[in-house]
Design a protein around this ligand. Structure first.
Ligand SMILES: Nc1nc2c(ncn2[C@@H]2O[C@H](COP(=O)(O)OP(=O)(O)OP(=O)(O)O)[C@@H](O)[C@H]2O)c(=O)[nH]1
Ligand SMILES: [Mg+2]
Length: 201
């Protein structure tokens, strides 16, 4: 995946290409987010949720969901001239965890999408990025009828490290998704720069 990433960075007109993961629990809106912000037709790997899968796929809270990501989503967004983000959406179900290590190779940072009706579903993603010291922001996808939480409340409920940004968003809305990504790039940039300074000084 790292090699593919550097090949992508050589696309004409793109001075810098950064790899970003879009992660979070099952059915939280990862594929929706990648699709709404991507300026290329997103690559999707959706499969129908089968009757057989119903016993293992937890559809509580996402009743109308008929498909699920089985490998990854892929999209691209240019956030300013010369700077492109390559977005890799992860599969949300536990049985695809083995793909995460591959997907996270060389990533600048991650967006952890959260649904306040099932906040606990994003614990594994938060743990994953904290343990690997991959900078992440938590983006609360505000579904209708879900209780509105403030950023502080979400931060406390998830026991986030001080400074980890929490943003409210609508995964279906391009501008809203773009704002989340800009927030991540700024935050991850600051964090990586601080670590670099620490390591030399
Ligand atoms: N109302 C509303 N529905 C949403 C929103 N985001 C996603 N959906 C719907 O919720 C369902 C789940 O969206 P997906 O984008 O497939 O979720 P996912 O996180 O990629 O799911 P998995 O890959 O299966 O883990 C879909 O039916 C979407 O249309 C949202 O912000 N508001
Ligand atoms: Mg998906």
């Amino acid at each position: 995946m790292a090699t593919e990433h550097s090949e992508l960075a050589e696309e004409p007109g793109i001075a810098l290409a950064l790899k970003i993961l879009v992660a979070g629990g099952f059915g939280v809106g990862k594929t929706t987010l990648v699709g709404s912000v991507s300026e290329i037709r997103p690559l999707r790997t959706e499969e129908r949720l089968s009757e057989a899968g119903r016993t293992v796929d937890d559809t509580v809270g996402v009743d109308r969901k008929t498909t699920t990501t089985v490998a990854m989503d892929f999209g691209r967004i240019t956030i300013r001239s010369g700077l492109a983000l390559y977005l890799f959406g992860t599969p949300g179900q536990d049985r695809f965890w083995f793909l995460w290590d591959e997907l996270s190779q060389g990533a600048l940072g991650a967006v952890v999408l959260a649904d306040t009706r099932r906040l606990e579903d994003c614990f594994p993603a938060v743990d994953y990025f904290e343990h690997r010291r991959i900078p992440f922001v938590v983006a609360v996808n505000c579904f209708p009828r879900a209780r509105t939480y403030g950023a502080h409340e979400v931060s406390r409920a998830l026991d986030l490290d001080h400074g980890t940004p929490v943003v409210l968003c609508d995964a279906r809305d391009r501008d809203s998704g773009k704002e989340v990504l800009i927030r991540l790039v700024e935050y991850a940039g600051r964090l990586h720069a601080a670590r670099l300074l620490d390591s030399v000084g």
